[in-house]
Structure formats: structure tokens, C-alpha cells
Design a protein around this ligand. Structure first.
Ligand code: GLY
Length: 290
């Protein structure tokens, strides 16, 4: 059994953006599923899927990341694997083409989180692709700063290993140096082969205050992971904010939920070879009742 689920952010998707969000999530799921289908690892699959989303300016990660209050791009990314609980994460990262690959390269190193110039230097030392911070701005972004959010992926490989990857440009107009939930294990993400894996998107300060990923892990319902996410989102009501999350149980059962108006999600597995994509939970429910 292999299984994979990706998301393109908890946000509002305008009618004119629907096609780009669906196509981007489908391209990402295909990149990850290709690896899993060939017997590859969940770590490689989540990195490949998130790289596709980082390279697509439709999403707030990598190319097309949100601009901070100084009009600059500072990115965060994380990768975690569920066998030995290794984590690699970067934050306040400037001028690197694919932040998720820096996080992936760090995964088995001792540090779990590198910030700012140290993270960029690590990427340079490892031969990862650097770029000018200007190159990460999309043509659309140079005109305005649209509302978009974090991307992520959770995968289970044939060996029973879970992995999660997250990548974000943070929030539009954020203070320089601001860090949200996405590079913090237990806040924006977590993976443990014995329990499950989860990946959040949304208002980072609120997700971190409510430790949403930790809540999901502590109450993980392997039969219905979506219900566990709903319970965590109910806890978010105490601090406010919008969020969405995807999760996989150790047997590959997928679940997702959101309190934002939309949440683009695509999924595939060894028993669902043709990927499915939805732009909201409502859409999935409508289809199920059609
Ligand atoms: N969820 C991404 C952030 O708040 O930075």
C-alpha cells in the first residue's frame, strides 16, 4: 500500500484561480505518486510533490512566495519522517530556489532548524540552487500581493514509512524575520509511523499558539483522520484564525478538513490510481452525494 495527499493552501480561491489550483495540485500529486508507484520512499515523494508547488507561482511557496512588509521574500520549509522522527527545517530563508530541498538535505543531520543566512549558507555548501530574491517574485506579484497560503504533502510508502513536507512564503506584509507554524514540528506538521502524519496550512501564529499538529497527533483517529483534524480546528476557535490540514493514518487512510473558504487538495494511492482533486470539502461531499 502507498498513499499520498497534497494541499495548495487554506485560502479563498477565486473562480479565475480554480483551474490553476487544480492543475498545480494534480501535477504535484503525480510527481509524488510516480516515486511511490516505483517503490521509492515517502521522503523523496513529499519533496518531489512540494517542489512542483514551489515552482508554480499559483502557490505561496518558492517562486511566487508572499512579500513581507519590506517587499522581500522570506521562506520556511520542513521535512519530517516517521520512522526515526528526523526533522529538517529552514526559516527566514532568502534566495534559494527550492526551500523544501534544503529541509530534505538536512533531514538526517543533527540540527533540526536553520535560520536566515545560516540556512542559505547550508544550501550553498550542499550545492543546492541559489537565486536572486527578485527571481522568486512572480510577474503577478510585482503588481499586487494576492492572498494565498502554505503548501504541503503527506505520503506513505510501501515500506510503511510516513513523511511530511511543508513549504511557505509566510504571510503577506509580515514583519521581516517573522516565523510562523511551518518550520515548527508539533505546530505546522508532524509524522510518526506509529500514529500518523499531518500537515497544516493557515494563520501561523494561531496554529502555533494552539499547537495544532500536536493536538492531531495526540488524538489521531486512524479510521477517520479527517475527524481528528476537525477536532483540532474546533480548538483553533479559542484563538481565532483560518486553517486547513491533510493527514494520513499508518495504513494510508487519508483525511482532510479546513475552516477557510477553500483548501485545494489532491490525493492518490495504490488503490486509487487516478488522482482526485477538490478545492473544498464541500465539493468532495457534493460529489459523494451526486
Ligand atoms: N502557515 C504559514 C505561516 O503562517 O507562515
Amino acid at each position: 500500500m502507498w498513499s499520498i495527499i497534497v494541499h495548495g493552501g487554506a485560502k479563498t480561491i477565486e473562480p479565475s484561480e480554480r483551474e490553476a489550483n487544480s492543475a498545480g495540485c494534480l501535477a504535484a500529486i503525480e510527481a509524488g505518486a510516480r516515486i511511490l508507484r516505483g517503490g521509492g520512499s515517502s521522503i523523496d515523494a513529499v519533496e518531489a510533490a512540494v517542489k512542483v508547488l514551489e515552482d508554480d507561482p499559483t502557490f505561496n511557496a518558492g517562486h511566487g512566495s508572499a512579500l513581507n512588509a519590506e517587499g522581500e521574500i522570506e521562506m520556511c520549509a520542513s521535512v519530517m519522517e516517521g520512522a526515526k522522527l528526523n526533522v529538517g527545517a529552514v526559516t527566514v530563508l532568502r534566495g534559494v530556489r527550492n526551500p523544501v530541498s534544503v529541509a530534505r538535505t538536512m533531514l538526517f543531520d543533527e540540527p533540526i532548524l536553520l535560520a536566515g543566512s545560516g540556512a542559505r549558507q547550508y544550501a550553498a555548501d550542499k550545492g543546492l540552487e541559489l537565486c536572486s530574491p527578485q527571481d522568486l517574485k512572480s510577474p503577478e506579484q510585482k503588481r499586487s500581493s494576492p492572498s494565498r497560503d502554505t503548501v504541503g504533502c503527506v505520503a506513505l510508502d510501501e515500506k510503511g514509512n510516513l513523511a511530511v513536507a511543508v513549504s511557505t512564503g509566510g504571510l503577506d506584509g509580515a514583519a521581516p524575520g517573522r516565523v510562523g507554524d511551518s518550520p515548527q514540528p508539533g505546530c505546522g506538521y508532524y509524522a510518526d509511523n506509529a500514529i500518523g502524519a499531518v500537515c497544516f496550512s493557515g494563520d501561523g501564529e494561531q496554529i502555533a499558539r494552539a499547537m495544532l499538529a500536536a493536538r492531531v497527533m495526540h488524538g489521531f483517529d486512524a479510521v477517520d483522520p479527517g475527524r481528528t483534524i476537525e477536532a483540532a480546528l474546533n480548538a483553533l476557535a479559542r484563538v481565532g484564525g483560518e486553517a486547513g490540514a491533510i493527514a494520513l493514518a499508518p495504513d494510508g487512510t487519508a483525511g482532510w478538513a479546513h475552516n477557510s473558504s477553500h483548501f485545494a487538495v489532491a490525493m492518490a494511492s495504490s488503490i486509487l490510481p487516478n488522482p482526485k482533486v477538490f478545492l473544498s470539502k464541500e465539493e468532495e461531499e457534493e460529489l459523494a452525494h451526486a
